[in-house]
Ligand binder design. Sequence first.
Ligand code: ATP
Ligand code: MG
Ligand code: FE
Length: 359
Amino acid sequence: PLVLGIETSCDETGIGIVRGRTLLSNTIASSMDEHARYGGVVPEVAARAHLEALQPAIDAALAEAGVRLDQLDAVAVTSGPGLAGALMVGVGAAKGLAVSLDKPLYAVNHLVGHIAADILTPESEPLEYPTIALLVSGGHTSLLHVRDLTTDVELLGETVDDAAGEAFDKVARLLSLPYPGGPEIDRAAVGGDPEAIRFPRGLSRASDLAKHRYDFSFSGLKTAVARWVERFEAEAAAAGDEAPALPIADVAASFREAVVDVLVTKALAACADLGVPRLLLGGGVIANRRLREVALARAAEAGVTVRIPPLSLCTDNGAMIAALAAELISSGRPPSTLAFGADSTLPVTEIQVAEAVAV
Ligand code: ATP
Ligand code: MG
Ligand code: FE
């Protein structure tokens, strides 16, 4: 089926067009620059930016795919989870488009969409089930057990406080680096010693593991970095003229190592516990080179195969939403009724929202 997908859950306005498992276009307009001076995504700003970006993005995606609106078989949209106002703009647009074209509408789960992104990589073998999936972005840090993309996705664990990308952004700020912090920390860590400072690995003690084996926590790590920097600066102030400069490369590398270590350790623990030798990675934090490096090396040791879609499909995009809807259509699922709305806390088990009751 020829499907147009709309993604507006955070700060990317993503429009993607797929034909079945073939990617035809993937247009992304980001309002990131508008949030930069606030050091994080401002929901109202994001929603307004989506409103402005949607129509040009739809036009661009259609042009790039060489497709006319009336040729579409279906429209797909992210219904949640995400920022309520931002989601609402996409949901409204998708409903309007589907109704005006008289085409079926599929309202789908953003997190499951991140997994569906993997389908659009033609050079690789098809995704095998079951697989463990680790989704790491500015808004999410989730570990999933995927038995079937269209019917059975289980949440094993998630962050109990900050998301991994959020931790990068907050620590960058603390080090006076600009937003978004992930790429900045990556750059700052070049030449740094990842073992220089032993920062805490959240929820990794034996007593934590009993209840939070697959959960993550990054807020203690952020505080530990803040304390370390404060202490260093206090000592530097006391030392006067002889004071050394903050070893920013070591701090960045050590912080990054703590995040990467705990992400990879818990993902591979899930693979081992559940006897699943496959791990799929997704979300914007996968851009982190150290994370990919450590994941690939430690998975190889553990006999686990790792799949990482290209970065343009790992960050938020409309193509993954279209791909998920195409899979739902191919497996015979009826479209969503127009009764659905934006659901900022949509659970990952709800792959498609407000399915029509088949008669
Ligand atoms: P959502 O959580 O809904 O998927 P998002 O927009 O917050 O949305 P993405 O766009 O997928 O998430 O990713 C953005 C996040 O990824 C930011 O927090 C950013 O700092 C982080 N990031 C980007 N590049 C890197 C990197 N090289 N290393 C670590 N983090 C990175
Ligand atoms: Mg984003
Ligand atoms: Fe996302």
